[in-house]
Design a protein around this ligand. Structure first.
Ligand code: SAM
Length: 290
């Protein structure tokens, strides 16, 4: 049977498309917030796309989920209250809950159907998460939640879609002001900031907004095969510069104390190395003025 080729249309305006030959389309529907499609691929396994942008694949999810989670939590060292904004498929929450010291994880997701449908198609994430009493799911727009909650968080992880559709507000100053409002003293926030080789200004613009709100603003990189375009950059913002100065030895001790759960990408050495930015990315980060 002729395979359907499914394009990622995120970079259409740049005249570039990554396209997948689908073995089987498992699910395709408009959700009220996104166009959602899930299909099987011979190499990448299950692939979830929202509005023409790859969100998660079973083959390379470990890179992004581990780096968005273990870097802020082990840099902090005493994180108990965690907020995830977005995170629909629950891949981030699954990694967070590996830290036994974490007391509560609150996930604020705008699109309930992404979680619902992940129960059936990503049980490796939703299974351990939805059965963990430390996990709270709130269906709401992240920008409204951070503006209103009276809770305070040691770590905020923004696992959002790209700055299009409902995800657009999660790259605004208003949203970051809301995050600053609900971060606990000594807390740290990380957010996916796209692939700088393609998403040219995204990093400079968002770091500039963070620099108006936080004392210590930097970023680190990870290479996710299906987030095409080379390094993905993740912003790392706090008011405590010491969080960035943790040593490999301190990270190794904290990882051991956290039970040394298995990882496939994150190591204490990779953690430190990820903050050594290639010059073209460092220049974009330095260009971000408050
Ligand atoms: N890792 C993926 C990436 O980097 O593109 C993101 C994965 S996760 C599926 C993204 C989630 O963000 C989606 O489930 C989407 O519904 C959610 N989302 C988008 N805009 C949102 C908003 N304004 N508030 C809360 N969640 C939002």
């Amino acid at each position: 049977m002729k395979k359907r080729w499914i394009p990622e249309t995120l970079f259409d305006d740049m005249g570039f498309r990554m396209t997948f030959a689908a073995e089987r389309v498992l699910y395709e529907t408009p959700t009220g917030h996104h166009h959602l499609i899930l299909f099987e691929h011979q190499h990448f396994g299950k692939i979830l796309m929202l509005d023409g942008a790859t969100q998660v694949t079973t083959s390379d999810e470990f890179v992004y989920h581990e780096m968005m989670t273990h870097v802020p939590i082990l840099a902090h060292g005493r994180a108990r209250e965690i907020l995830i904004v977005g995170g629909g498929d629950c891949g981030i929450a699954e990694e967070v809950l590996k830290h036994k010291s974490v007391a509560r994880v609150t996930q604020v997701e705008i699109d309930a159907s992404v979680v619902e449908f992940s129960k059936e198609h990503f049980p490796e994430f939703t299974g351990p998460v939805l059965s963990d009493p430390r996990f709270d799911l709130i269906i709401d727009d992240g920008i409204r939640y951070v503006a209103r909650t009276d809770r305070r968080f040691d770590v905020i992880i923004v696992d959002s879609t790209d700055p299009q559709g409902p995800g657009k507000v999660l790259f605004t100053e208003e949203f970051y002001v809301g995050c600053k409002r609900c971060i606990a003293p000594g807390g740290v926030m990380v957010a996916q900031n796209g692939v700088p080789f393609f998403q040219q200004d995204e990093l400079t613009v968002t770091l500039g907004r963070f620099r108006r709100l936080f004392a210590d603003v930097s970023c680190y990189v990870a290479a996710i095969p299906t987030y095409v375009g080379g390094h993905m950059v993740i912003s790392f913002t706090s008011d405590d510069a010491a969080l960035q100065q943790v040593t490999v030895a301190m990270l190794a001790d904290r990882y051991a104390a956290a039970g040394k759960f298995p990882t496939r990408y994150w190591t204490p050495e990779v953690h430190k190395a990820a903050f050594a930015l290639p010059r073209f990315i460092a220049e974009k980060a330095d260009a971000a003025k408050a």
